[in-house]
Design a protein around this ligand. Structure first.
Ligand code: GDP
Ligand code: MG
Length: 439
């Protein structure tokens, strides 16, 4: 799936010390392939990758992030923008009763979504009623009646021999009588977009003057969902999209392309069959989910705050000149402590990403305290020049810090390891992007 693919790309990138024109290009190629495989429209994928390249090139790599993390952040921001930036709420301002039309193909989840929205609106202190307009299938009316019963909400008693237009007109009066401020209108669907259906929906739109026309689309159908959204939007005008069945193994492509292709915002996503399985669509969260980062982005942001750039630059210089002492090592550990949860953070920190040895030390908060204690028990001279640490000095330090000589040795080992790795990473001098190749 898309997240898996992108994660692989970024994992690879994370391991890189420097970001060159080549590995940006390579990563972006992979990103584009991953998007295409996730059924993202090829034009969307192409423009997206182009946009990223523009954002990435010429961007100073922030000292507190590795280049790989920087690219992840850029991709994440771009994905978020692609999906509309921020969450779009339902627009239900105006004189009640207001109608919300649910439209879409058969089986996309309209009826279920009507029930889910009814629940959400009642929790928001509105009083919705349900209106079945799908008179062609008696079962559809019963389905909505059952849902209304579960929710304890009124449902307009549509008959199978009623014309949809008459139902719409009467339902408006019904809503007023029942003291309802919102009508959730569950319309008929077809297996394919067809003219007859569109004409009926247009007539309903005229009668209801809906505050929202929500297209319900099945995320599992990928590119088709985008196509369907386009057709409905051209004919009816769609104010928002509800993307259902995102809990299944939908490839996610639809979520990415719909906004870009149709201009219609995704307002909600369906994540299950139950009535409470409807979530507000947050482009930023969706983006993180696609990238498989979860909390990682938050950590990136935390890291940005915690490390001021100058300090990081100073650290980089020390690594480069190989004057990174145990005291600096301690400073970095203190920074880590400030950041909280360690396991994930280690990889995010400048320099620390390479310190695999630290991970082997199984650093937890307690361990950190001990590590600091060990370094504190050293003389300043020892901290600045670890080479002088002989057996008797180590015994003294262990005793002074309440640890063991083995622990002291382990610390020195990981410090040396970190230094060695940093030397290698910094070996090529300051990171500079190569001049752009002509094509
Ligand atoms: P309609 O024909 O558009 O009214 O579609 P329905 O509301 O009857 O839904 C069709 C099927 O999809 C039903 O079995 C629903 O339970 C299921 N469904 C709807 N939304 C979701 C969702 O978000 N996740 C999952 N897993 N199933 C859903
Ligand atoms: Mg239905």
């Amino acid at each position: 799936n898309l997240s898996g693919k992108l994660q692989k790309v970024f994992k690879h990138l994370r391991g890189q010390g420097k970001l060159t024109e080549e590995n940006i290009q390579e990563a972006l190629r992979e990103v584009r392939l991953a998007l295409l495989e996730a059924d993202v429209h090829y034009k969307v994928a192409r423009d997206f990758v182009k946009g990223i390249a523009e954002r990435a090139v010429g961007r100073e790599v922030m000292q507190s992030l590795t280049p790989g993390q920087q690219v992840i952040k850029i991709v994440n921001d771009a994905l978020t923008d692609l999906m509309g930036g921020s969450a779009e709420p339902l627009r239900l301002a105006g004189k009640p009763p207001l109608a919300v039309m649910l439209v879409g193909l058969q089986g996309s989840g309209k009826t279920t979504t009507a029930g889910k929205l009814a629940l959400r609106l009642s929790r928001d202190k509105r009083r919705p009623c349900l209106v079945p307009v799908d008179v062609y299938r008696p079962a559809a009316i019963d389905q909505l009646k059952t849902l209304a019963g579960q929710l304890g909400l009124p449902v307009y008693p549509s008959k199978t021999d009623q014309r949809p237009e008459d139902i719409a007109r009467e339902a408006l009066a019904f809503a007023s009588r029942e003291g309802c401020d919102t009508l959730l209108v569950d319309t008929a669907g077809r297996l394919h977009v067809d003219d007859e259906l569109m004409a009926e929906l247009e007539r309903l739109k005229k009668i209801l003057s809906p505050a929202e026309i929500l297209l319900v689309a099945d995320a599992m159908t990928g590119q088709d969902a985008v196509q369907v959204a386009s057709s409905f939007n051209e004919r009816l005008g769609v104010s928002g999209v509800v993307l259902t069945k995102l809990d299944g193994d939908a490839r996610g492509g639809a979520a990415l392309s719909i906004r870009a292709v149709t201009g219609c915002p995704i307002k909600f996503v369906g994540v299950g069959e139950k009535l409470d399985a409807l979530e507000v669509f947050h482009p930023d969260r969706m983006s993180s989910r696609i990238l498989g980062m979860g909390d990682v982005l938050t950590i990136v942001e935390k890291a940005q705050e915690a490390f001021d750039e100058r300090q990081a630059a100073e650290m980089a210089r020390k690594f480069k000149e190989d004057t990174f002492s145990l005291e600096d090592f301690r400073d970095q550990l203190r920074q880590i402590k400030k950041l909280g949860s360690l396991e994930q953070i280690l990889e995010m920190l400048p320099g620390m990403g390479a310190m695999k040895e630290l991970k082997k030390m199984q650093v937890d908060e307690k361990e950190l305290v001990r590590t600091e204690a060990i370094i504190n028990s050293m003389t300043r001279q020892e901290r600045l020049n670890a080479e002088i640490l002989n057996a008797s000095r180590k015994r003294r330090i262990a005793a002074g810090s309440g640890t063991s000589v083995q622990e002291v040795n382990r610390l020195i080992k990981s410090y040396n390891e970190a230094r060695r790795m940093m030397r290698q990473m910094m070996g090529g001098g300051v990171t500079r992007k190569k001049p752009k190749k002509r094509r």
